[in-house]
Design a protein around this ligand. Sequence first.
Ligand SMILES: Nc1ncnc2c1ncn2[C@@H]1O[C@H](COP(=O)(O)OP(=O)(O)OP(=O)(O)O)[C@@H](O)[C@H]1O
Length: 338
Amino acid sequence: MIKLDHLEKTFISKKGKVEALRDVSLEVQKGEIYGVIGYSGAGKSTLIRCVNLLERPSKGMVLVDGTDLTSLSSQKLLLARRKIGMIFQGFNLLKTATVYDNIAIPLRLTGLPKSKIDERVKKYLSIVGLNDKTDAFPAQLSGGQKQRVAIARALSHEPEILLSDEATSALDPDTTESILDLLLKINEELGITILLITHEMHVIQRVCDRVAVMENGKIIEQGKTVDIFTRPKEETTQKFVNSLFNHQLTDEITRTLQDSGKIVSFKYIGSSSNDPALATISKKFDVYPNILSGNITQLKGIPFGSLLVHLKGSIEETDKSIQYLKEQGIIIEEVPRR
Ligand SMILES: Nc1ncnc2c1ncn2[C@@H]1O[C@H](COP(=O)(O)OP(=O)(O)OP(=O)(O)O)[C@@H](O)[C@H]1O
């Protein structure tokens, strides 16, 4: 549905050249929620703004439904953009217009008849749960309600794709949850494909089917959310995944424990548990597993857990037990010595 093909974007400013996108390729399938995560400055905003050509790439193609948007005339681009809605961190509402008009004004510009506009405004305000706020002004709304109006405005053009530029970053945790639930509903019930950017792993974990991790203008890792979460390869991805779990061991405790064995982290998905595995290795090898901490969260509704375990024993025995667990298909990672 969306294909970014070898995108490059270089900004030339007074301070010099910035390569915001370096050979970025990704594909978003119809009907999925695709997330791009990265730290500040990684290039996420530039990437998402290239999808509707708010930013023109310096090189590469932006294909939406097989059409390269970079090759379209401005008239055709205008039409192609109608398929693509967008929401922003700062909501971008007209302060002097009511909720109704915030949605109706852009529709009037498309030449839609008044009765149709009225129908659409009411329909999409109802979908976002705000039909009692039609006459309110943005200043009278909470952040979450403002984002709902922005979502209704984007949906009122009946797009096939919704781009979300850090849509929950300015919201408190509870409101973030409710907006993420709304994105899931829009995706499931209206079949809208969603591409979102975020710096919060929690957002990816809650709603995304697939994810790309960005660093320094490049995609360093991409795949199904479940694969990236359970077997992150790159250091930055590992940091993002670990940010979901609050395994806090001081360096001193870590060193003390590592003097008498190894510390490993287990990841598990679904209803499986690692308890039998720990019992097995304590029988099979001369090691004594001791659970230091455990955390469980959800990956798009599926339980996803992590356990931090001290394997007390000699280097040889702990190595053998780790190898054995890997052979059993258990996702296990050794915490490096500190
Ligand atoms: N218009 C611009 N002119 C010059 N440099 C820019 C411009 N827009 C972005 N950049 C630079 O491109 C790089 C990527 O910026 P971008 O905003 O895409 O990153 P980001 O991952 O979205 O970060 P953030 O979350 O902080 O917005 C940064 O180094 C930024 O300073």
